[in-house]
Design a protein around this ligand. Sequence first.
Ligand SMILES: NC(=O)c1ccc[n+]([C@@H]2O[C@H](COP(=O)([O-])OP(=O)(O)OC[C@H]3O[C@@H](n4cnc5c(N)ncnc54)[C@H](OP(=O)(O)O)[C@@H]3O)[C@@H](O)[C@H]2O)c1
Length: 329
Amino acid sequence: MKVAVVGATGMVGEVMLKVLAERNFPITELIPVASERSVGKTITYKGNDYSVVGLETAVSMKPEIALFSAGGDTSVEWAPKFAEAGTTVVDNSSAWRMDPTKKLVVPEINANVLTKEDKIIANPNCSTIQLVMALNPLHEKYNMKRVVVSTYQSVSGTGVKAVRQLENEIAGVEGEMAYPYPIGRNALPHCDVFLDNGYTKEEMKLAREPQKIMGDRTFSISATAVRIPTAGGHSESVNVEFENDFDLADVRQLLSNTPGVIVQDDLENNSYPMPIYAHDKDEVFVGRIRRDETQPNTLNMWIVADNLRKGAATNTIQIAEYLVENNLV
Ligand SMILES: NC(=O)c1ccc[n+]([C@@H]2O[C@H](COP(=O)([O-])OP(=O)(O)OC[C@H]3O[C@@H](n4cnc5c(N)ncnc54)[C@H](OP(=O)(O)O)[C@@H]3O)[C@@H](O)[C@H]2O)c1
């Protein structure tokens, strides 16, 4: 399998290479791709050196699969060119997620929608992926009506520039700003751009993407997305109102039985999900599971995952694995 990694020099791209190697993805030829600035740079994969190439060159090499994480503009312009050349693109940007002609996939939930004809497949937003991993099994049993989610998102979700801003602030060094304000010792209720309705684009991704992934528009989601000075790992405070009443022990059991989800909820031992614990892990961690005592059939929980792994690279590679295993490329 000839595989291009577009955005190989970026935060997600680097983790993508690591996860491809860890999972022994069947690569016969790796094509690392980045902007013209990086062409000729060397990246190492499984102990071998590879030269970074530009997009034009990569298309002409006709890879079977291209894993994209190079921003929305690059995806809009280049994913169709790869697709025309016969390559199947799995894209991490928000460019294609809500396009009705493109599939939006979390493999544990809806990989079965994929066919050979899907040449551009969208990977959901990082905060969406960890949310639906926990919501889907509960929705199947108790029927969700409404979800209120507040996120506590790490700077690595913005990319290298934001990680550098935080590091500079900690070191007391002046440097380029990824955010309009300092992020150290701060919390910014501002992830991605503001839209006409007063929400941010990130908040609207959280509101809309789960309905598409779960193939169900009967529930609604209201979101507030906040950037905090953690280096990696997104956290979410989630309030879910169900149609039907639930049993807390059963909720824990359902989540524990869900592949890719780990229940970490032992209050006596102060055990609950945290970004430092979820770091570099593929699972979604759920804890602080409790009944909302202010209204019936309502649950509170706390969800944490590594945004660069299950939130981006791992989910993308799981999609690619499904394509290979089911002869869809
Ligand atoms: N960070 C996350 O948690 C996360 C999660 C899910 C999805 N995503 C999405 O993944 C994408 C990348 O995010 P990131 O955090 O990895 O960003 P990043 O660290 O800033 O890396 C961006 C990558 O894209 C490449 N690139 C930029 N402009 C390009 C162009 N015109 N042509 C070709 N390559 C270009 C960069 O190459 P150079 O090094 O040459 O500049 C670099 O490899 C974004 O679309 C983001 O929304 C990120």
